[in-house]
Design a protein around this ligand. Structure first.
Ligand code: IPM
Ligand code: MN
Length: 352
């Protein structure tokens, strides 16, 4: 029995989560697994009413589940940063979800802005460190608001944190079993301390994985190659900030936020899965948003829950819908309603 916590969140979050759960139900019936869900109302509305983001007691409840399915966080009436830090980052940090796993996969039939590139060229995974670096919040002000103001923002990198991320990436590359190539994305030519630790740890850890080919690229060059030669990549490992940036670029080359999903993984604890796009307030309640990113998040969740067959079926069902049905992935341009897309994927999962 899988116990899944569901946080639909803000804006279009609840609409896409509904479709994700519809597909999960179809997969459970077709593949014979059981699950139960607990819903939580964390998000902008609750914050505006109660001042609460993600209370400590709720974190403890979340910890008691096998996975978390999150819709979207972000409310037009809440100052930027409060919900992101109070809910999303708080969950990632307090549940020690030290990996942010982001597949960049161009499904068949999906339009990419890259000329002459197809699904065979765009299929790699970014392993982003998710609990350290610039996201820790280290630093401070001196003489704030004066002409002599100093602002310091520190990137915190620990040997333990870097190594567990890199080790996960090597294991993942081995398990993925494609080109068995792991590229470290960094900035060793400028960031002498943090990136020195990263590269040394990468090289030392590589000795334990002789079957995995290793490569290194600077983050700026990676941006260039995502556009020019995405086929060069199999798995990429990188720090929190670089990973944040390059995965938005990755999302665009795989067809946009309508399809991009991510997993916040604690390999020894509870992981959280989310469509990586925002809450899209302007489309809220219109039934036009494309739920495939949320459905892809369910697909990743099934993999981590050990429902391999169901996860594969779901991947195939998404590919069927993108190649045979949808006109576009953009909100309002898919040719179907949000619920109809969920229905099509669910039917396909049930029929395999
Ligand atoms: C992401 C988001 C978050 C991040 C924000 C909302 C804090 O951009 O999941 O990539 O920077 O990690
Ligand atoms: Mn981001």
């Amino acid at each position: 029995m899988h116990r899944i916590a569901v946080i639909p969140g803000d804006g279009t979050g609840p609409e896409v989560v509904r479709e994700g759960l519809k597909v999960l139900a179809a997969a459970a019936t077709a593949y014979g697994f059981e699950y139960e869900t607990t819903e939580y109302d964390f998000g902008g509305d609750r914050y505006l009413k109660t001042g609460e983001t993600l209370p400590d007691a709720a974190v403890e409840e979340l910890r008691d589940h096998d996975a978390i399915f999150l819709g979207a966080i972000g409310h037009p009436e809440v100052k930027p940063g409060i919900l992101e830090q109070g809910i999303l980052l708080k969950a990632r940090f307090s549940l020690d979800q030290y990996i942010n796993l982001r597949p960049v996969k161009l499904y068949p039939g999906v339009e990419t802005p890259l000329a002459d590139k197809g699904p065979e060229d765009i299929d790699f995974v970014v392993v982003r460190e998710n609990t350290e670096g610039l996201y820790v919040g280290g630093g401070g002000f001196l003489k704030r608001g004066t002409p002599d103001e100093v602002a310091i923002q520190e990137s915190i990198n620990t040997r333990k944190g870097v190594e567990r991320c890199i080790r996960y990436a090597f294991e993942y590359t081995r398990r993925r079993d494609r080109e068995k190539k792991l590229t470290m994305c960094g900035k060793t030519n400028v960031l002498n301390y943090a990136q020195d630790l990263w590269l040394r740890t990468f090289e030392e850890t590589a000795a334990d994985y002789p079957d995995v080919e290793t490569d290194y690229a600077h983050v700026d060059a990676i941006c260039m190659w995502f556009v020019k030669n995405p086929e060069w990549f199999d798995v990429i490992v990188t720090d929190n900030m670089f990973g944040d940036i390059i995965t938005d670029l990755g999302a665009m080359i795989q067809g946009g936020m309508g399809i991009a999903a991510g997993g916040n993984i604690n390999p020894e604890g509870v992981s959280m899965f989310e469509p990586i796009g925002g809450s899209a307030p302007k489309y809220t309640g219109k039934g036009v948003i494309n739920p495939l990113a949320a459905i892809a998040a369910v697909q990743m969740m099934l993999e981590v829950l050990g429902e391999e067959q169901a996860a594969q079926a779901l991947d195939a069902a998404i590919a069927h819908v993108t190649s045979e049905k949808l006109e576009s992935l953009a909100a309002g341009k898919t040719g179907y309603s949000t619920a109809e897309i969920g229905d099509m994927v669910a039917e396909r999962v049930a029929s395999v």
